[in-house]
Design a protein around this ligand. Structure first.
Ligand code: GH3
Ligand code: MG
Ligand code: MG
Length: 416
């Protein structure tokens, strides 16, 4: 339906655009063009053509820009002609590929919408030209980012420090504090050292691009920019940053969270459970006689056992629970919204699985061996008198009791 409507409107729009391109001061023609792009901007997202929607929104902005005398009709009509060509391409593609399943024009244009419950990446645009800032902002919002912009580079650092965006788009040429200087200041801020910065430079200005990299910028995009390219570059930088952040909080061998991150989350979850009166249970899991595995089969075999155990732990709890490598062969599990009795059941089930499932370890030379290990665990629930230290201590004491009691068992921490 959407495509048929567009197809029907195309001849009128082509004609109207032809008139405005020839320099006619024709308000009715401008209106036809503006309404056409307005319609696409509003509807394209819902038919999985988010990229086309973003491009149409830019075209609509161009029409407004002409009406407000912020851009010349000649400048705007070139952009509009490109916008129209994009619509025609989408129609051709829809005709070839079937009207029901159009492909997004901007790669991942629709997929860019954040999954439920996940926060949209925050992007801040700094550009002294309000029109340009608005255009970029609009384009980023259409692609699913939480974008905002700032037109005064004097205020920008304060805004950036307060907002701590995930990525910054910086115009180069700005009065007083230019983009390069601003980038230098951003990099000097401890919380912003790794925040990707993308410069908006003049076309073909190699000097600007090089300076941008020298002052700590990560990338550049030339003006007039291609929305699809800007969105693709931003997405790629954010992905890389996400991978980097993940690397910093995970243990290299087992891929579960590391001790440092566990401590942080433990405090957060402890405070949250306290504030909202929710259940929270901590479990500490330790491999029994692990030294024997290393001594008997070598360190790499021990590593394989730890890796396998971590996967089993992560697969056995809810995605909101936190599994971390607490020490060498000791793991911590934070069971959120869970009391001690259900946690005991969960941890005991894990214990049974570990004891049942041998890990097949393949040495470089020779035949694979099946290694069986057992685990001991201590489990304790947050009680009213607890601090995070006492909860940890009670859990540790329960683990000690499990070891002392003969291993391969789960013990409950004594009441606080
Ligand atoms: P218990 O049942 O009392 O816990 O005995 P255990 O042998 O498991 O405990 P102990 O603390 O005596 O030994 C733990 C061993 O774990 C010693 C250490 O070399 C080994 N270990 C720690 N980290 C790693 C690791 O990353 N890989 C391997 N392969 N071994 C590790
Ligand atoms: Mg051990
Ligand atoms: Mg140990």
């Amino acid at each position: 339906m959407f495509f048929r409507e567009l197809e029907a409107a195309l001849p009128h729009v082509r004609e109207a655009l032809g008139r405005v391109m020839q320099g006619h001061e024709d308000a009715a023609a401008w209106d036809v063009v503006r309404r056409f792009f307005h319609h696409i901007a509003g509807t394209a997202r819902s038919v999985e053509l988010g990229g086309l929607g973003a491009a149409a929104a830019l075209c609509e902005d161009l029409c407004h820009g002409v009406a407000r005398r912020e851009v010349t009709p000649a400048f705007a009509s070139r952009g509009l002609a490109e916008g129209l060509a994009a619509v025609e391409d989408a129609l051709l593609e829809a005709g070839a590929g079937g009207l029901r399943a159009p492909r997004p024009v901007v790669e991942g244009g629709h997929a860019a919408l954040p999954p439920e419950g996940r926060e949209q990446p925050k992007v801040l645009v700094v550009d002294d030209d309000a029109f340009s800032a608005n255009l970029i902002d609009h384009c980023l919002r259409s692609a699913g980012f939480a974008s905002s912009y700032c037109c005064n580079s004097d205020d920008a650092l304060a805004v950036i420090s307060a907002e701590l965006p995930d990525l910054i788009v910086l115009d180069v040429v700005m009065p007083r504090v230019d983009g390069f200087e601003l980038c230098r200041r951003v990099r000097a801020h401890p919380a912003l050292q790794y925040t990707p910065v993308i410069f908006v430079t003049r076309q073909d200005d190699l000097g600007q691009r090089i300076r941008g990299l020298e002052v700590g910028g990560n990338d550049y995009i030339a003006k007039p920019f291609e929305p699809q390219e800007l969105v693709a570059r931003i997405r790629s930088h954010l992905q890389r940053l996400g991978a980097l952040k993940d690397l910093a909080i995970r243990d290299g061998l087992t891929r579960c969270y590391n001790h440092k991150y566990f401590k942080l989350r433990f405090e957060q979850e402890f405070n949250r459970a306290r504030r909202y009166g929710m259940d929270l249970t901590l479990a500490l899991v330790d491999v029994d006689h692990f030294k024997r595995v290393n001594d008997g089969h070598g360190h790499p075999a021990g590593d394989a056992v730890l890796s396998h155990l971590a996967s089993l732990l992560m697969a056995s709890v809810r995605s909101t629970d936190v599994v971390a490598r607490y020490g060498g062969e000791e793991f911590a599990i934070l069971l959120v919204h869970a009391g001690v009795s259900e946690s005991q059941v969960i941890v005991n089930r894990i214990r049974e699985r570990v004891a049942r499932q041998a890990v097949s370890v393949a040495p470089l030379l020779g035949t694979p061996v099946d290694l069986s290990v057992t685990i001991s665990a201590g489990v304790a629930q947050l009680a009213s008198g607890d601090t995070s230290e006492t909860l940890l201590r009670r859990t540790d004491a329960a683990l000690y009791a499990a070891k002392a009691g003969g291993r391969d068992r789960v013990c409950i921490g004594e009441a606080a």
